[in-house]
Design a protein around this ligand. Structure first.
Ligand code: NGO
Length: 548
């Protein structure tokens, strides 16, 4: 649902600024200002009103004013800077009404006397910037964004967006003024992997819905979208060598709705949209369990050669590919090969959870056949935690394997040992990070098997201390899965994701020592008006001090 656009800003000041005149006299409020002392939207915000909280923030000087004459300067010859500039111009366009001119720069104007405008500079030499870090400096008439990579610059653009008044999110022209608080942000992530999973198998989500979700994730510097593309209730990705997967296997979903699937072109469109925003798609084909849709499509994948009927309920753990039959591995090999060819990212997710009708020996036999098939595609395997004990790991001459921790409680010994062999883990403990869990007992959407997860619950944990035997050095990052047994469309998904998803993003990005619910909830409250203007559904949880 799209909420009515709110009018923000000060007409008189805006007129002055649009005429290219002086900067306003107000200095940026100091870091740590409380929500109640903050100026209304349209006025200048605080340099630390950003989620995820940047690693280092130094407010100073006056705000920088953006106007129709603001020039976007792009490091000449840099595709990375050009791509980030395109994103910036697109994000700022609708609300400001500006068509900011993009011009090349050799970066010479930066340093002590920066050129007026917004400069996007690539500095591959500065090791402090890393793969995703950036520096943002706002002073005088200039905003300088500097990073070593396209990803870093895209993150800088998202930070700049959050520093502008909430009205910048509107889809029609707002009066402004468009003020960026003065100072310097130096920022880089705590973990390389910050993910969100969307289950498009239990309820299908359209390409447009997925793209919209990606936009919301990128705003919080989430850099991986894990798509759960197959399950008992539906197969959602076209595989040309096994066409019945989608001809038959895609036409159902939980509750008996029509289902759906992505053609390979659709999938490529999602991948490209995500990539332009710094988000890598991680496709998952769940196996050997959670495969009723595939078993329904191809009788030969069943040990008894009989295809089961389609399934539209929400039980788990009852289906399995036939581990003993060679055709199973031809099938898996073909699927992984086609998927790898469509996926520029490093990871292929092979599921592996809840194989309850497969014996331990069969499960081990299956995974020991499947992991080399992943390796043959040149990709890195990711799977739910159950498979990790079976992955040899770099210390034993094997490839890196990544496990996704989800079962609350002490991890099994085999998993900890696997991590000691050089494998890595993504933390998604269901009692904090599963955003399909209900907020409260009477919440109309979601499940409750891992408990109720309020906004603070989803925020109050540390991936490096959550599970005994799993420390910071083996954690690749965090991911917030959203399973869609009870969620029929993107509006439902957004209601579960917001306001909890930004907290998972902050856990993945910001230094642990800054982690603080009392100040976080006030920053979170500032996101509400942004979601309203963008038409993003969210739950107005009483835990968050939303402003009227
Ligand atoms: C479990 C299960 C999924 C469910 C989900 C619901 C994993 C990895 N397997 O998580 O099939 O949809 O819980 O919360």
């Amino acid at each position: 649902m799209r909420a009515p656009t709110t009018r923000a800003g000060r007409g008189a000041l805006a007129a002055l600024l649009l005429a290219g005149l002086a900067a306003p006299a107000a200095a940026a409020p100091a870091t740590g200002a409380t929500a109640s002392s903050r100026p209304p939207s349209g006025a200048v915000g605080s340099l630390s009103d950003v989620i995820p909280l940047p690693a280092s923030v130094e407010p100073s000087g006056r705000p920088v004013v953006l106007g129709p004459g603001t020039v976007v300067r792009v490091q000449s010859g840099s595709d990375a800077a050009a791509a980030a500039a395109e994103e910036l111009v697109e994000l700022l366009g609708p609300a400001t009404g500006y068509r900011l001119p993009v011009v090349p720069t050799d970066g010479a104007g930066t340093g002590a006397r920066p050129l007026a405008g917004i400069s996007l500079l690539v500095d591959e030499e500065d090791p402090a910037l890393g793969d995703e870090g950036y520096v943002l400096e706002a002073s005088g008439r200039s905003v300088v964004l500097r990073a070593g990579t396209r990803e870093g610059l895209l993150h800088a653009v998202q930070t700049l967006r959050q520093l502008l008044p909430a009205a910048v999110e509107a889809d029609e022209v707002q009066p402004g003024p468009w003020l960026v608080p003065g100072g310097r942000i130096e920022d880089s992530p705590r973990f390389a992997y910050r993910g969100a999973m969307l289950d498009v198998a239990r309820h299908f989500m359209t390409v447009e819905e997925v793209k919209t979700y990606v936009d919301s994730l990128a705003a919080y510097k989430i850099n991986h979208l894990h798509l759960h593309l197959s399950d008992d209730q539906g197969w959602r990705i076209e595989i040309k060598s096994w066409p019945r997967l989608t001809e038959l296997g895609s036409t159902t979903e939980v509750g008996g709705g029509p289902g759906g699937f992505y053609t390979q072109e659709d999938y490529a469109e999602i991948v490209a949209h995500a990539s332009a925003r710094g988000v890598v798609v991680v496709p998952e084909i769940d196996m050997p369990g959670h495969t009723n849709a595939a078993l329904h499509s191809y009788p030969e994948l069943n040990c008894d050669g009989v295809a089961p009927p389609p399934y539209t309920g929400i039980e788990v753990g009852f289906s399995t590919l036939c581990v003993e039959e060679e055709v199973t591995y031809e099938f898996v090999g073909d699927v992984l090969r086609e998927l790898a060819a469509l996926t520029p990212g490093q990871y292929l997710h092979v599921g592996g959870d809840e194989a309850h009708v497969t014996t331990e020996e069969q499960y081990a036999q299956f995974m020991c056949r499947v992991l080399p098939l992943v390796e043959a595609t040149g990709k890195t395997a990711v799977g739910w935690q159950e498979y990790l004990p079976l992955a040899p790991g770099p210390a034993e001459g094997g490839p890196l394997a990544v496990g996704q921790y989800w079962i609350p409680g002490t991890p099994e010994e085999g998993m900890v040992e696997s991590l000691a062999r050089g494998n890595r883990v993504i933390m998604s403990p269901a009692d904090h990070a599963y955003l399909d869990m209900k907020y409260t007992a009477d919440f109309p959407l979601g499940l409750a098997w891992a408990g109720l997860t309020g906004v603070e619950d989803s925020f109050a944990w540390d991936p490096a201390t959550y599970a005994p035997g799993i420390g910071e050095d083996v954690v690749l990052g965090v991911e917030a899965p959203i399973w869609t047994e009870t969620l029929e469309d993107l509006d439902d998904v957004e209601t579960m994701a917001f306001p909890r998803m930004p907290g998972i993003a902050e856990i993945g990005w910001s230094p642990q020592e800054t982690h603080d619910w009392a100040t976080y909830r006030e920053r979170l409250a500032l996101q509400g008006p942004r979601w309203e203007l963008r038409g993003v559904d969210y739950f107005r949880s009483p835990e968050v001090p939303w402003q009227e």
